[in-house]
Design a protein around this ligand. Sequence first.
Ligand code: SF4
Ligand code: SF4
Length: 317
Amino acid sequence: MASHLIELVASLPLGSAVMLRPVRARGKVTTPPRSGQVPLANRHRQRAGRRYVSGAIMAQPPPCRRLGRHCRALDVTLRVAAIEGEEDHDATWLLGHTERIDFGPLFEREGELWCGATIHVPCRYFEEGEDGAPAHCTAHGYRGRPRKTVPERASRRAGGDRFEIVEQGRLRRRELPPPPPPPAGRPALPLAPEAANPCATARCRTSDNTIGSACCRDLQVDICCTTKERHLEALIRTRKAPYLCKAERENDDQLVVEIISACSFLTDIGCSLHGRKRRDGRPAKPLMCSAWPENRATLHTGCAYRNRRLKLHRVTD
Ligand code: SF4
Ligand code: SF4
């Protein structure tokens, strides 16, 4: 079937409904494995010999002294990828998810790519005031008017064939022409039923009940947060679910969290990068997006692979 899929992708015109899907971990899109680090899909849980502060304890209200910007959004540093040759793909993928995340410039540190980011998910104890009333912290009883934070919701689609992708560690605007049409007179290849894209009509959904393209609407990210940053960790662990949830300590320096923040390359007809090429000939679509889900047990609700019990196949773009 993998060869059918490859043939299908090669033969389809741009804008077809076919869209290959990102690698998942526990049913969610995940950053790729990095050197020296356990792949997210397997991370859970290699905690032998470690005892971290439990989620239950850290889910207590953060020890804040007042209302502030931190009630509506969090400024954090995200680990993007190890610099091993595919970091531009990984970074293009991550920086595409702009629905609730504003990304700062990428930077290198110790052989890895990082970036600053603002995650626009409020604290679960934060209540906006209605009709001009002050906002309210239901945990500590504070009232006030903290500064508004407005998500940029940057689009990586710049119009026409122009897109913002990461090249050589920098976000750059590039002209990425669509793939050439099939030669004139060449009939469309008949597709075997099993070669049809199972995701095109799937009623998969993310935990906020948004239906369709669930793999492109949520992600897992590594947030730089050491065990000593107790306030930051509490702020992260008490964000409003399901928009930021399932925080788990990866190691002494990082937390892994799940965020619902749709990819801005996603359109009504699928991934706008599909079939386009970078200047170096590599696919414009992140490599990690060109694989079917791998972990059957933890797929999104409504996922075609879960409901139809389809076999899982890895394909390349
Ligand atoms: S507990 Fe939440 S709502 Fe209350 S001050 Fe802290 S961040 Fe704001
Ligand atoms: S829209 Fe495209 S680039 Fe974005 S996550 Fe989906 S497949 Fe990947």
